[in-house]
Design a protein around this ligand. Structure first.
Ligand code: ZN
Ligand code: ZN
Ligand code: ZN
Length: 467
């Protein structure tokens, strides 16, 4: 059974955030984060609580930054949105602690699926954000706040980011673009076209001299004599009297109405019906017309099925991981050992034939994007095709994301060509059926003997591609 770990700063009065952060990080590093259930923060000072949350969420190791944070506090703390749970300090006992442990059990199991969650360090902020969202398996929703420059914040993940919140919005847009996150419309907001600030002062101005010193007055239309004039012309003490026909006005809608308003400029005395609207940014001071403001859509986000997969295995190795579940994919080092064994085996017996094959699929990465949700399904069909042409004794390895090395044992180059033709036509058909897209597949087939240099073969294959 793992335990919760309580983080507490000895001197929370230190104004030097960086120093505090350093101390905290060394404190976090000294804890075996793979042996704990969740972090506990018990502090009264709001800034200290924030520092502790930042130090955890900005830590590079998944076992640290993904771990749940529980805030212990007596008041209904506004910072509770930034952590995974809040509990009352007074009633925090063993039962509460055990309840929290089981609450976060699924999350902790998720973290364990990441290869090396303790030593591994995530420096890619997009991957970190994706992992935090996918590990909670929930939708992250925006809140309206004056604390954020753009007026909106995603408390579930924003503590990972440095002060500048444009990185937060850029990251979410990138992940959505890659179809790793899907979005749900929440609202729209106007932002300064220059600095993306949400804090904008809208003003009505005189269309002639641009002065803000304008006053609105209502127009009155007297039905009896058809006179129309400004409200102020009709006011005599407590009564409204028509300045043209001197009759008293009684009931709006019966003997008069107010058809519209009129504005008068205190600067140039111009009168007009439609003032101009101008906007001034509180942050950078830029004035512009409202149509030049940025209209930003504010969405809620959740991980797609492909996003869930990429969150565990990383953004780069999605395809090879799907293949790995279907095929026995060997590492490159192991593959080179197999080549050596095959070379010495064929050299010694002279009668066996084995063939080395390289297959390169171009634009495989862009396929994740165009396939979106169906990527996992299509890639597992793809591995089924591989499986159908490879025999148990054949060896396959991914050189990188798009290049595959294979050893077809007891197969001569002519037989290998037939197999590889079947592979390419199967793959082509799969992509054409699903995507209206013909993949470019390059292959190279070579007899395995003492002359074989796999890296040189790859070079030759890629060179051919250029010409
Ligand atoms: Zn004016
Ligand atoms: Zn009148
Ligand atoms: Zn601005």
């Amino acid at each position: 059974m793992r335990k919760p770990i309580q983080l507490k700063l000895e001197s929370s009065s230190s104004p030097l955030i960086n120093n505090t952060e350093c101390r905290l990080i060394s404190e976090i590093n000294s804890i075996k984060s793979d042996s704990i259930d969740y972090w506990i923060i018990q502090e009264s000072d709001q800034d200290t609580i924030k520092e502790l949350i930042h130090a955890i969420r900005r830590h590079p190791a998944p076992a640290v930054y993904l771990r749940a944070i529980v805030l212990l506090s007596n008041q209904n703390d506004s910072l509770k949105l930034y952590v995974d749970a809040q509990r009352d300090t007074n009633i925090f006992d063993q039962t509460t602690s055990d309840d929290l442990s089981s609450k976060f059990e699924a999350l902790n199991q998720w973290i364990e699926k990441i290869p090396n969650p303790l030593e591994h360090s995530d420096i890619n902020i997009s991957l970190k954000a994706l992992r935090l969202i996918a590990s909670r398996d929930t939708e992250i929703t925006p809140i309206m706040t004056t604390q954020a420059h753009s007026g909106y914040d995603y408390p579930a993940i924003s503590t990972m980011f440095e002060k500048d919140d444009s990185a937060l919005f850029d990251t979410l847009a990138f992940l959505e673009d890659q179809r790793l996150l899907s979005s749900r419309f929440v609202t729209k907001t106007h932002l300064c076209g220059q600095c993306n600030s949400a804090f904008i002062n809208f003003k009505e101005t005189c269309p002639d001299c641009k002065s803000e010193n304008i006053k609105a007055d209502e127009l009155i239309h007297h039905f009896k004599c058809a006179y129309t004039g400004e409200f102020s012309e009709f006011v005599f003490g407590d009564e409204l009297i028509c300045p043209k026909c001197d009759r008293r006005l009684h009931h709006i809608g019966v003997d008069y109405d107010k058809p519209s308003s009129i504005f008068r400029c205190g600067n140039c005395a111009n009168s007009f019906q439609e003032p101009e609207i101008s906007s001034t940014c509180f942050s950078c001071g830029r004035s512009s017309k409202p149509e030049n403001l940025t209209l930003q859509t504010i969405n809620a986000f959740s991980a797609t099925s492909i996003g869930h997969n990429a969150a565990i295995y990383g953004l780069e190795s999605l395809f090879s991981n799907i293949l790995e579940t279907e095929l026995n994919l060997f590492t490159h080092t192991a593959f080179k050992d197999f080549i050596k064994i095959e070379v010495s085996r064929t050299e010694r017996y002279k009668i066996t034939n084995s063939t080395f094959v390289i297959a390169q699929f171009t634009n495989l990465e862009s396929l994740y994007v165009s396939l979106g949700k169906r990527a996992e399904e299509v890639f597992s069909e793809l591995s089924a095709i591989f499986k159908s042409i490879l025999r148990q004794s054949d060896i396959i390895s991914a050189r990188n994301e798009s290049v595959f090395f294979m050893i077809l044992t007891e197969t001569d180059t002519a037989q290998a060509k037939i197999a590889i033709d079947r592979l390419t036509s199967g793959v082509t058909q799969l992509f054409e059926n699903n995507l209206d897209y013909s993949p470019k597949i390059l292959t190279r087939i070579e007899k395995i003997d003492g002359q074989l240099d796999v890296e040189k073969s790859l070079e030759l294959l890629l060179e051919n591609d250029v010409h």
